[in-house]
Design a protein around this ligand. Structure first.
Ligand code: AMP
Length: 603
């Protein structure tokens, strides 16, 4: 068996670590660096190039160079087309699975293939560094990755020849790297701000037990958004000075993008820097240069509107954990964008304490992944990692209701089950529609998968018992089983496909669910009223059938009339009228009170 590594497969950069005896160490790539840009260059007829060399080609070959592929993996095209309009490659819808295809001009590649190329390079460089084959890996993903995104990441690793022994959440990995062997009881907040995403997690560390209390974030907020603000600013400045708009010029735009990121990084350690773009545009008079100083304060004014977006996830994570900033013993800063001075200031102000930068922020996640690998294979002593699921999981019921089986913020791995029944007599099949979300109305949540349990035992409605069991494994991948408790017929599915899953913006979803709570409650109330009316109709139909001999002819007619009117009112969804006819039926029943009593006891 070969070596095992921990991989932080980042949006912008990837990092690999391994365990040297029991000490984690970061692996340096073939270029001698601890980070490998997650950039892949596909030039027609040539070998695929990954990492720093590919990154340098973005300017000359923007359309064949794929970066930030993590923003695309496991997502549907419809979901990314608006958000990712700044992608420098052409994106289109994959006709097979509604996912994304990247059009390189001479061929099309899927995000899985691109991620697999990055992973192949990481595997190869690790093997060179260690002088051994590497065949197993723990890979980290943002806490907010859904099933589809996790599954596709796993598929990419398999394509790269890696056996994924565990997928863990990035903030949890960072907490492991920070907290292992500290033997302290503390509540920490991990603020992981990378190139594409922000994850905020609250963890309880107690010896070697790591319990995630809550997790929140924004999958569309990261360093790239900050670069975009700076890019827009420089673009305008160039236009002001030269009268030329660089927008349509792919190469100039790409150079401005690169310089935007560069000056941003420089201003993390300097107060001022220089934006230098020689030969950036040209007109009939010849080439033009652009140079100007750029101060941290000036950058801050530009980026503060973006950075304000980090507050709601911090607030929500605390709220979900039932804590206030005062309860947090330490704030751990992770991810490249945490190096921005203004970010540190905002985090300090929010939590009321200086955050900790343990080690190199960009290495923490990979180190945590290597530690987790060591725990799984027994090199390190047992660590109990209790992670949570960010959104509730459940199934659709009749009348578009959502029944939660695993509530949001439950610890994973977890198993939960609930029993359901049928809605019509002699129902042959039940349709299990698995959803994720916080709304009480099923159609307002995200559809993950559906399947049918066929040939269930036939019985009157509401008699059969169907047990639906959810098993969310340690990788955050969901298995759903349904069983007819009478016949024992069962079916199970593993939710790996993202084809039916729609956009993920967890924070927005939770907020929306809160805003729409009253609306949802009103809907549920209406459904309950409908259910009650249907039960009453069933009751009276049974009553006049069973007691035909004891009810006067004209009263039977009246009963039928009222039942018919109640059905019509129900169809119209006129609940005032529904109530009127129910009252009328109940009044009629008074006359047959004696039979009714008997009827009830006999039933
Ligand atoms: P990560 O996803 O953790 O690799 O973070 C990548 C993001 O961090 C990118 O947007 C980088 O531009 C940003 N980044 C890296 N180093 C710095 C720095 N010194 N100052 C500001 N941002 C940085």
């Amino acid at each position: 068996m070969g070596y095992q590594i921990g991989i932080d497969l980042g949006t912008t950069n990837s990092v690999v670590a391994f365990l040297e005896t029991s000490k984690p160490e970061v692996i340096h790539n073939a270029e001698g660096s601890n980070v490998t840009p997650s950039v892949v260059l596909y030039r027609s007829g040539e070998e695929v190039i990954v990492g720093e060399l590919a990154k340098r080609q973005v300017v000359t070959n923007p359309e064949q160079t794929v970066s930030s592929v993590k923003r695309l993996i496991g997502r549907r095209f419809k979901e990314v087309e608006e958000k990712e309009k700044y992608f420098h490659c052409k994106l289109e819808e994959d006709p097979v699975n509604s996912g994304v295809l990247i059009d390189l001009g001479w061929r099309k590649v899927s995000p899985i293939e691109v991620s697999a190329e990055i992973l192949k390079k990481l595997k190869h460089d690790a093997e060179e560094y260690l002088g051994e084959t590497v065949d197993q890996a723990v890979i980290t993903v943002p806490a907010y990755f859904n099933d589809g995104q996790r599954s596709e990441t796993k598929k990419a690793a398999e394509l790269a020849g890696l056996d994924v022994i565990r997928i863990i959440n990035e903030p949890t990995a960072a907490a492991l790297a920070y907290g292992i062997n500290r033997e302290k009881s503390e509540t920490i907040a991990v603020f992981d701000f990378g190139g594409g995403t922000l994850d905020v997690s609250i963890l309880e560390l107690d010896g070697n037990v790591f319990e995630v209390r809550s997790t929140n974030g924004d999958t569309f907020l990261g360093g790239d958004n900050i670069d975009q603000r700076i890019f827009e600013f420089i673009k305008k400045e160039i236009e002001k000075e030269t009268g030329i708009n660089i927008e349509g010029n792919i190469q100039s735009a790409q150079r401005v993008k690169e310089v935007s990121e560069k000056v941003k990084c420089e201003l993390s350690s300097l107060d001022t820097t220089t934006i230098s773009l020689p030969f950036i545009v040209s007109d009939s008079e010849g080439p033009k240069h652009f140079q100007r100083t750029f101060a941290r304060d000036e950058m801050n004014r530009l980026i503060v509107p973006v950075l304000e977006g980090v507050i709601p996830p911090c607030r929500n994570a605390l709220m979900d954990a039932g804590l206030t900033p005062k309860d947090i013993d330490a704030v751990l800063l992770v991810g490249g964008s945490s190096r921005i001075v203004k970010v540190k200031e905002i985090v300090t102000e929010f939590f009321g304490k200086e955050p900790i930068v343990a080690g190199r922020p960009e290495e923490m996640v990979a180190i945590g992944a290597a530690i987790q690998g060591g725990v799984i294979c027994g090199t390190l002593q047992e660590v109990l990692l209790l992670d949570v699921t960010p959104l509730s999981l459940g199934i659709e019921l009749a009348d578009d209701l959502f029944s939660v089986i695993i509530p949001r913020n439950s610890n994973v791995p977890t198993t939960a089950s609930k029993r359901f029944t049928t809605v019509v007599d002699n129902q042959r099949n039940v349709f299990i529609h698995v959803l994720q979300g916080e709304r009480k109305i099923a159609s307002q949540n995200r559809s993950l998968a559906h399947f049918k349990l066929t040939d269930i035992s036939q019985a009157p409605r509401e008699v059969p018992e169907i047990e639906v069991k959810f098993n969310l494994d340690a990788n955050g991948i969901l298995n759903v089983g349904a069983m007819d408790m009478t016949s024992g017929i069962s079916k199970e599915i593993r939710i790996e496909s993202y084809q039916t899953s729609i956009p993920i913006d967890y924070e927005k979803e939770i907020r929306e669910a809160e805003e729409k709570e009253e609306e949802d409650k009103a809907y549920v109330k209406k459904v309950r009223k409908k259910e009650r009316a249907r039960h009453i109709i069933d009751f009276f139909n049974k009553f006049i059938k069973d007691e035909e001999a004891n009810i006067q002819e004209e009263d039977r007619e009246t009963f039928r009339n009222y039942i018919g009117n109640l059905e019509l009112a129900l169809e119209k969804q006129d609940f005032d009228e529904v109530e009127q006819w129910i009252t009328a039926l109940q009044a009629m029943l008074e006359k047959y009170r004696n039979i009714f009593m008997r009827f009830k006891t006999d039933d």
